[in-house]
Design a protein around this ligand. Structure first.
Ligand SMILES: [Zn+2]
Length: 149
């Protein structure tokens, strides 16, 4: 892109002032963009911290009271906060499983508690049952390799 045209002032002093102003404005372009990048990065770090705290708050509620599961973080909030895995237990056979939420086909805006009715125990499914999952906790990573998926 060609630089914007600024009419040359007649007086030498005005020309000097214009050159100074243009230099200042061009320098500010870089400075303000850098400040914007820093502010955005701080903002993203704060959101990450908020998402982490939300996941931890939900975990404490699950651990202490076992519920209510609603409200809960969304899948993308949990992942952004560093809690990308969900530990669940089959409400029927009590088999535990850890689910990698990043690998789910549900939209990332799905609330974690909405997964309770959607995640099925494969053992019970083979027996023709479809019990809901009991949600236990969000974890940063799988504690053990998932026995089946
Ligand atoms: Zn089961």
């Amino acid at each position: 892109m060609a630089p914007r045209y600024h009419p040359t002032p007649l007086s030498g002093g005005d020309r000097k002032a214009l050159a100074k102003e243009l230099g200042r404005a061009r320098a500010m372009t870089t400075i303000l963009a850098a400040q914007s990048a820093v502010a955005r990065s701080k903002g993203e770090a704060l959101i990450r911290e908020a998402d982490k705290l939300l996941a931890e708050s939900w975990n404490e509620r699950m651990w202490s009271n076992g519920g209510p599961i609603d409200p809960s973080p969304t899948i993308d909030q949990a992942i952004n906060g560093g809690y990308g895995w969900l530990e669940i237990e089959c409400s029927r056979c009590k088999a535990k499983r850890e689910v990698d939420m990043a690998a789910l086909r549900h939209p990332p805006t799905t609330a974690v508690h909405d997964l309770a009715g959607r995640l099925r125990c494969s053992k019970c499914a083979k027996a023709g049952r479809r019990p809901a999952a009991t949600l236990l906790q969000l974890t940063p990573r799988a504690h053990q390799a998932a026995p089946e998926t």
